[in-house]
Write a protein that binds this ligand. Structure first.
Ligand SMILES: Nc1ncnc2c1ncn2[C@@H]1O[C@H](COP(=O)(O)OP(=O)(O)OP(=O)(O)O)[C@@H](O)[C@H]1O
Ligand SMILES: [Mg+2]
Length: 465
């Protein structure tokens, strides 16, 4: 059966809501969209819940109107501002020698438990980038393997509690429940990086309105993320100040004359701030140098950050640029000059059913990534913000060891995430005992008739054993 989903990218210049149908084959068809100017957001962080909520409501209502759907829960983006990441490792013994989802979940929980999460931070993603099975490294997918020990290296992405709680409040007061939260850079990466690039290692730079996000994808997962509170709006501010012209005019100058490839001495006439009667003659040469210096500065900071990641040498697929700022002419060439010897391309969402032309644009990489995340294009295994394990395995294919009468296989990770690895091991042993013995106290609800017959049978069996 198809499912209807809602994705909301809460960017610092626009909020975009998309409603789509996801088929059983994970094919996405967009049915409606709504775009609202962001309010109450500064450099990615919510600074006015009420205003942000109004803008979210507007975008969502427009998308609902177009799609005819009345969906009330959404997958939303969270900005990289106030985000942090750290690496951790988990090890578990596999006493029954068979790796099922349960063992994968346990090893991920152990890695999370072993990490030193600062108390003012909440976990948004736990992403495994390397599984080791009986000392064999770089296992792509340990599911179904026979082994006595499994280890995992994970990258844990977290955000400040207040940042997450403001996001939840703003979305909920727009009448929407949150069913998924995705780091915006991660979502943009999902929308733009292809399978070969993932394999080779790639850095994604989402250059937006007030922020620039860097994400490094290597070895099946995100390994590094960083944030810079500079985006294309800063170019507009610089132009406004340098040319003494209002912000709206500066924005138009940026969009129509922004060109870092060609230099020109042509003159343009611009209104002057506070002087409606007169106009200034400005050389495009000045426009060029204002834009060039701001973009160059931002890219240089991102270059330093990439150096800091110590992963730059492993990025065989180079750099993908996305976000609204990448519509600036010549940005690819300038990036190429700064990151010499790396291949650079502009990435934008494509090949999605119902993708309106308006959305085939680097500004919409994040929101399309949110839809793809919801359709299952996340990391092969992932512990999400609710500490649930996401995976794309059909649970029926799971090892029978997981199937216990009267007990769900979907154990909530937060029930065990704060356990010590010893407790986790003890629980595992108990789970294993439980799975090999049928517990008569935990029989499922089978309806009155069947239940009474079954009760008789169990009473009889209890007396027997
Ligand atoms: N041709 C262009 N040249 C330069 N900048 C442009 C161009 N077209 C749009 N922009 C800028 O792109 C920005 C919007 O980009 P985007 O939609 O990616 O931002 P956002 O997601 O809202 O913000 P953020 O990701 O920073 O939170 C605006 O600042 C806009 O001025
Ligand atoms: Mg953005």
């Amino acid at each position: 059966m198809n499912t209807t989903v809602l994705a909301i990218d809460i960017g610092s210049t626009k909020i975009c809501a998309l409603i789509a149908e996801i088929s059983v084959n994970q094919e996405i068809t967009i049915e409606g969209h709504g775009i609202a100017k962001s309010q109450g957001i500064k450099k990615g962080a919510i600074i006015n819940i009420e205003l942000t909520s109004k803008a979210i409501r507007k975008a969502v209502n427009d998308a609902k109107r177009i799609s005819g759907s009345n969906i009330t829960s959404a997958t939303v983006s969270i900005s990289n501002s106030y985000a942090k990441s750290l690496n951790s490792t988990g090890i578990v013994n596999i006493s029954n020698k068979d790796i099922s989802i349960k063992e994968i979940k346990r090893v991920m929980q152990t890695a999370l438990y072993n990490a030193n999460i600062p108390k003012e931070y909440d976990v948004v993603h736990v992403l495994p980038y390397n599984f080791r099975v009986d000392d064999q490294d770089f296992i792509e997918d340990p599911f179904g393997m026979s082994a006595s020990r499994m280890e995992v290296d994970v990258n844990i992405i977290m955000t400040q509690k207040s940042n997450l709680s403001n996001l939840k409040k703003a979305v909920r007061s727009a009448g929407i429940e949150i069913e998924g939260i995705v780091l915006s850079g991660y979502a943009s990466a999902i929308a733009t990086i292809d399978e070969d690039e993932k394999e080779l290692g790639v850095a994604l730079m989402d250059l937006g309105g007030q922020t620039s996000n860097l994400v490094v994808h290597l070895g099946n997962s995100i390994r590094y993320n960083d944030f810079l509170g500079v985006g294309s709006n800063h170019i507009t501010n610089d132009l406004s100040m340098a040319l003494h012209t209002p912000l709206q005019i500066a924005e138009q100058v940026k969009i129509h004359y922004g060109n870092m490839l060609e230099n020109s001495n042509e003159l343009i006439e611009l209104p002057i701030i506070g002087d409606e009667d007169n106009r200034n003659s400005v050389s495009l040469d000045i426009v060029h140098s204002v834009i060039y210096s701001r973009v160059e500065e931002a890219l240089m900071i991102l270059a330093k950050s990439l150096d800091k990641s110590n992963l730059k040498d492993q990025l065989g697929a180079g750099i993908i640029l996305t976000g609204g700022m990448t519509k600036l002419k010549g940005i690819r060439e300038l990036t190429q000059a700064i990151f010499s010897n790396m291949s650079i391309r502009i990435g934008q969402p494509e090949n999605i059913n119902g993708l309106f032309d308006e959305l085939k644009d680097p500004s919409f990489a994040t929101v399309i990534g949110l839809l793809k995340y919801k359709a299952g294009e996340h990391t092969l295994y992932e512990v999400d913000f609710q500490q649930e394990l996401l995976h794309s395995k059909d649970i029926h294919e799971d090892s029978l060891v997981d199937i216990k009468i009267g007990n769900s296989t979907h154990l909530k990770a937060n029930q065990t995430s704060k356990q010590t690895s010893n407790e986790i091991t003890n629980n595992r042993q108990q789970d294993e005992q439980a799975s090999s013995t049928i517990s008569f106290d935990t029989l499922p609800d089978l309806g009155n008739d069947t239940q009474s017959q079954f009760k008789k049978l169990t009473n009889w069996a209890k007396q027997l054993f």
